[in-house]
Design a protein around this ligand. Structure first.
Ligand code: NDP
Ligand code: 2IT
Length: 444
């Protein structure tokens, strides 16, 4: 059996229930075949694949907190510290009832390669809890965050592990987490990113993932002689990534006709009303059904289906495995030109292969949504320098990083004859830097 299959089969036997983790590993291992072939003996001897698919550690803990009725509730908290060969662990915290070890392992594994792609010195990590922030009062969210940090603080630090936001974690949660860390540790330091602008946050971090997604999408299109102006875009999700993807897409002259949440989606043929969307999601924390009430020309559709809409470009920005084979078939049938992933692993393996086979340009999440963590890296730099850069400066750096990621992928694609396979190109780019650092640092 070849080395890649051996490692994958072992993981499959050991972690049969961790389907998301196995999916993420399979995609990476399949695409680094040419790299392994070049140096198989060295990699085998150093057990590189076994080590890179095993986290440095997984911390899991109880998170007790008191709800508004005075009752005690108990959740599980986790931090997966995957790999710190190229820098301190870095990655978001997810608060969602679906959170489990498999999901956090896939996210931390992916994060390791994503962070490597940014060219900034950040290792990979991810954490979170099965706590559901939906419908909770501010005080309940604060109580949860304080309890979560009372355990997590032992394992993080500005040179050790720097968490940030992800699904269910935005400015409010980062504020409560930061306050508790500071109270326990006593240091005013850059231990989290996505902080508020009055206490060490960076301009553009809120917009960064969505903006970065559009910068790289635009670069992809430009390099294929396609103008984004006038194109119809379908976006899924209505959270942080979706909102700012929508904003930048409109700025670039495209028309965004949909957004969605876990209950259903909005189709607005005249283009999404961004101010209304922000008011509903960022201010009121309400459901998308509110949108239809204010925009009668739009329609609300219960359940899934956003990718069945006709579009030139699809940007999945909600969650893992939201775009399946049926969606991929509909996108191809409707003449979709490009799919770029704002979310982490939103496209199933079969759907990805179908899209690529039918010549739909495809950029995987670890490249396309790297703008968020890249700007977190810029927040860390500003914290270390005790400086704040202007919006224009951070935005310019973000854009440069995204274009660099595209160019690095294109170079690797050329070198290994990958055509437009940016899945393989991203995995190879991310993998090489981490592995070189691991080899240099010995068996640790
Ligand atoms: P938010 O919590 O701000 O928004 C998430 C959106 O996705 C909401 O509209 C939510 O709907 C929807 N959603 C979440 N879970 C599900 C589900 N199981 N089924 C259907 N819809 C769902 O999160 P973000 O926008 O920050 O994150 C979105 C994606 O982008 C995630 O995959 C995240 O990992 C990824 N990402 C985020 C980055 C960041 O900087 N924030 C950086 C890079 C990637 P509802 O409100 O109904 O739950
Ligand atoms: O998936 C991701 O890259 C994020 N949620 C952002 C992580 C970060 O550290 O900013």
């Amino acid at each position: 059996m070849n080395y890649i299959n051996e490692v994958y089969e072992n993981l499959k036997n050991k972690y049969a229930n961790e389907v998301e983790f196995l999916q993420a590993v399979k995609e990476v291992l399949e695409s680094i075949e040419p790299i392994i072939a070049e140096n198989e003996e060295l990699y085998r001897k150093n057990k590189i694949l076994e080590r890179i698919t095993t986290p440095d550690r997984i911390i899991s803990f109880r998170v007790p907190w008191v709800n508004d009725k005075g009752e005690v509730e108990v959740n599980m908290g986790y931090r997966v510290q995957w790999n710190n060969a190229i820098g301190p662990y870095k990655g978001g915290l997810r608060l969602h009832p679906s959170v489990n070890q498999s999901i956090l392992k896939f996210l931390a594994f992916e994060q390791t390669f994503k962070n490597s792609l940014t060219s900034l010195p950040m290792g990979g990590g991810k954490g979170g809890s099965d706590f559901d922030p939906k419908g909770k009062s501010d005080r309940e969210v604060m109580a949860f965050c304080q309890s979560f940090m009372t355990e997590l603080y032992k394992y993080i630090g500005p040179n050790r592990d720097v968490p940030a936001g992800d699904i269910g974690v935005g400015a409010r949660e980062i504020g409560y987490l930061y306050g508790q860390y500071k109270k326990i540790v006593g240091n005013y330091e850059g231990v989290l990113t996505g902080k508020g602008l009055t206490y060490g946050g960076s301009l553009v971090r809120t917009e960064a993932t969505g903006y970065g997604l559009l910068y790289i999408t635009n670069e992809l299109l430009k390099n294929h002689n396609i103008d984004i102006k006038g194109k119809t875009i379908v976006i899924s999700g209505a959270g942080n990534v979706a909102i700012y993807a929508c904003e930048k897409a409109m700025e670039l002259g495209a028309k965004v006709v949909s957004v969605s949440d876990s209950n259903g989606y909005i189709y607005d043929p005249e283009g999404i009303d961004l101010a209304l969307l922000k008011e509903i999601k960022e201010v009121k924390r309400a459901r998308l059904t509110e949108y239809k009430k204010m925009r009668p020309q739009s329609s609300y559709h219960e359940g899934k289906g956003v990718f069945k809409l006709k579009c030139d470009i699809a940007l999945p920005c909600a969650t893992q495995n939201e775009l399946d084979l049926e969606d991929a078939k509909a996108l191809v049938k409707n003449g979709c030109l490009a799919v770029c992933e704002g979310a982490n692993m939103p496209t199933t393996l079969e759907a990805t292969k179908y899209l690529q086979k039918h010549k739909v340009l495809f950029i995987p999440g670890k490249a396309a949504n790297a703008g968020g963590v890249a700007t977190s890296g810029l927040e860390m730099s500003q914290n270390s320098l005790r400086l704040s850069w202007s919006f224009k400066e951070v935005d310019a750096r973000l854009k440069e990083i995204m274009i660099n990621i595209y160019n690095n992928m294109a170079e690797v694609a050329k070198k290994y004859n990958l055509g437009d396979d940016f899945v393989a190109a991203a995995n190879i780019c991310g993998f090489l830097k981490v592995v070189e650092a691991m080899l240099a640092q010995g068996i640790v």
